[in-house]
Design a protein around this ligand. Structure first.
Ligand code: PRX
Length: 635
């Protein structure tokens, strides 16, 4: 088993060793996995191209490590516990033995439908066990999964299917989420009318049993394809650097990029961080509330826990349905030991009052985690006092889709916790702070742009189909370093606090949204001439979306117009990107070279207009006055 750090001394020694001899350190961790053929060299890298390879020439299959190797001891142990949306409906428990069989059958069904090594398979599904099974089935046969969060629109789904030229889409009929009953297959049907020529088959999992449209030449039922398959499917022997999955994420500019993770390094790093950050012990019940449509679900619902032989939970529903006690009722019901959620959920539940959390027995909780956005001190304290009963340490885990696994986080029992601090880097992670010119800021009690100066096993390898973009986004800004896009502070003892994005990415309820994407969507409205989108502080969501919109002529019915703009954004991206505020603006502050001064817009959107900073390059100061006046009306 991968090492587990249990003391401050052990952390310090592991960290020192990981920096002095990264290859030796990670080779030691990698040894505990099943490799069909050992690696010939641990690491080769240079950040200029970039080119990073871990466990070179090593051959393996990640599902043998998630499933097969656990069977002798764990065939009867629950691997996945699934809690349905409806608290009165039956749950589902899949033991390691049952999960093994389900994955193997599904892998055979994929093969029977022409899917093989290297083919891309898109998933557009609710949180049902079949999503985890399907993803692992891809990995079993060497196919590459691309999971698209089922809240994205048909247009956003189509973009992602086309970008990766997926051969198959796997979906459900409908999705139950809280009181909502959401069509899923219908969205896939719509997406596939948008020129997704690569798709040959749609495999449909029957979730709710509702009627759906059917194209006999293309659509197939999951159960008809899977149930009759043999329960053994030989694992494809993969190279350590073969692609495991693509996951799309937003950046400052353009369309979302397909972040590519490869097998060997991702496996070693997600298992290592899972075991250490959550201090998982034999028999524990671990629950991460994320959706598998995001990286957190990939790494810490599916791969990390299963690699570690853990029992991992999947929840179909939402935190506030049928009431705001739902999370805590589930913790009590299963005696959950490790609980991992997002600050936005904590703030939303906190707003409902303490009675919901006090109603349930949460004494089983040993570690409670936070991820996806900065956690404010009030939420941290409430989480600590009410949910953790003042005892369970909070692991505030900082990482990204691109990093594959947790980068900076407390290790319970080894390092301390401090409100709002992700604290110390994991072994193997070498963070640095730089100034805008790229100079390293040494010492403690300092602030700067967060970069990482040495590769770790699960660093992204490329952005699918566009390696130049990977270089330009992450490796060109500060040569020789990986740039995270975040600003951070290092305290007197060397702990890190993440301040937030320094680029045009906003973080709404832990969902990463590119402002350019939202602007492009808004601009599709026929009356919109130009728009500028910025984030503003939001009490529950962390950041909200504020859209400044310039329109053609006079808008007769503003409410109607705003509704139409929101609809356009919903159609192009999905409901998560709908603006909170739409400000019909007389103009946008621009520099003489025509660049929008977003810094000023951010100030106006947050109502912080006392000091606008340097406005000497501003071409049209009168617009700023007008915007401030009309923004007051909007607030
Ligand atoms: O700004 C940081 C924020 O989320 C961004 C990464 O988003 P995504 O790729 O969607 O992955 C989210 C889940 C890993 C980061 O650049 N972020 C993530 N975790 C934290 C955080 N900000 C502050 N504190 C965190 N713990």
């Amino acid at each position: 088993m991968t090492m587990q750090i249990k003391s401050w001394e052990a952390y310090q020694s592991a960290y020192r060793c990981s920096v002095a001899d990264p290859e030796g350190f990670w080779a030691e961790q990698a040894k505990s996995f099943v490799w069909r053929k050992p690696w010939s060299k641990v690491l080769e890298w240079e950040f200029d191209t970039p080119r990073v390879q871990w466990f070179i020439d090593g051959k393996l299959n990640i599902t043998e490590n998630c499933l097969d190797r656990h069977l002798p001891q764990r065939a009867q142990q629950p691997a996945i516990i699934w809690e349905p949306n409806d608290p009165n409906a039956p749950n589902r428990v899949l033991t390691y033995g049952e999960l093994y069989e389900a994955v193997n059958k599904t892998a055979n069904a994929l093969k029977a439908n022409g899917i093989g090594k290297g083919d891309r398979v898109c998933f557009y599904m609710p949180m049902v066990p079949e999503l985890a099974i399907g993803v692992l089935a891809c990995a079993r046969i060497g196919a590459v999964h691309s999971v698209v969060f089922a809240g994205f629109s048909a247009a956003a789904l189509a973009d992602r299917i086309k970008d990766a030229a997926c051969k198959m889409v796997i979906c459900s009929d409908f999705n139950n989420r809280g009181a909502k009953h959401i069509p899923v297959k219908a969205v896939v049907d719509e997406a596939l009318q948008m020129g997704c020529d690569s798709v040959q088959t749609v495999l449909v999992h029957r979730n709710t049993g509702d009627d759906i449209a059917w194209m006999p030449a293309r659509d197939k039922w999951w159960h008809e394809q899977v149930d009759s398959q043999p329960s053994e499917c030989p694992a494809e022997v993969m190279d350590s650097e073969d692609m495991l999955f693509i996951l799309y994420t937003s950046g400052s500019t353009g369309k979302p990029k397909g972040v590519v993770h490869t097998i060997g390094g991702y496996m070693v790093y997600t298992c290592f961080t899972f075991r250490n950050v959550f201090q998982y012990q034999e028999g524990d019940i671990y629950w991460c509330t994320a959706d598998i449509g995001w990286i957190t679900g990939h790494s810490y619902i599916v791969y990390g826990p299963l690699l570690a032989g853990a029992t991992t939970m999947m929840f179909e529903g939402v935190p506030t349905w049928p009431d705001p006690g739902r999370f805590w009722q589930i913790v009590e019901k299963y005696k959950v030991n490790q609980f991992y959620t997002a600050p936005t959920a904590i703030r939303a539940l906190m707003a409902h009052g303490d009675e919901w959390v006090e109603k349930y027995d949460l004494s089983s909780l040993k570690v409670i985690g936070s991820v996806g956005e900065p956690i404010n001190e009030e939420a941290w304290r409430w989480y600590h006092d009410k949910v953790g009963r003042g005892k369970a340490p909070i692991v505030d885990t900082w990482w990204q889709t691109e990093t594959g696994g947790i980068m900076i986080s407390p290790i319970p029992g080894a390092t301390d916790t401090k409100p709002c601090y992700a604290s110390y880097p994991m072994p193997g992670i070498q963070p640095v702070l730089v100034d805008a010119a790229g100079n390293e800021i040494e010492g403690n009690d300092v602030e700067g742009l967060l970069c990482i100066k040495f590769p770790w096993p699960s660093i992204l390898r490329t952005t699918y189909g566009d390696h130049a973009r990977c270089k330009q986004t992450y490796f060109a800004p500060f040569p020789g370093k990986y740039f995270t896009g975040d600003g951070a502070r290092r305290d007197a003892e060397g702990r890190y606090r993440i301040i937030g994005r320094v680029d045009d990415v906003i973080n709404v309820s832990g969902h990463r949204i590119g402002t350019a994407e939202v602007e492009n969507a808004i601009n599709e409205h026929p009356l919109v001439v130009e728009s500028a989108v910025v984030g503003f502080p939001h009490p529950i969501k962390g950041q909200g979306i504020y859209a400044f919109v310039i329109v053609q002529g006079q808008i007769a019915d503003t409410a109607q117009f705003e509704q139409e703009v929101r609809q356009v954004v919903s159609r192009v991206i999905g409901p998560i990107a709908k603006p909170d505020y739409i400000h019909i603006a007389p103009g946008l502050p621009k520099t003489r070279s025509g660049k929008i001064m977003r810094r000023i817009l951010r100030k106006i959107a947050s109502g912080d207009t006392e000091n606008l900073g340097d406005t000497s390059t501003l071409l049209n100061p009168e617009v700023v006055e007008a915007l401030i006046a009309s923004a007051k009306a909007a607030h």
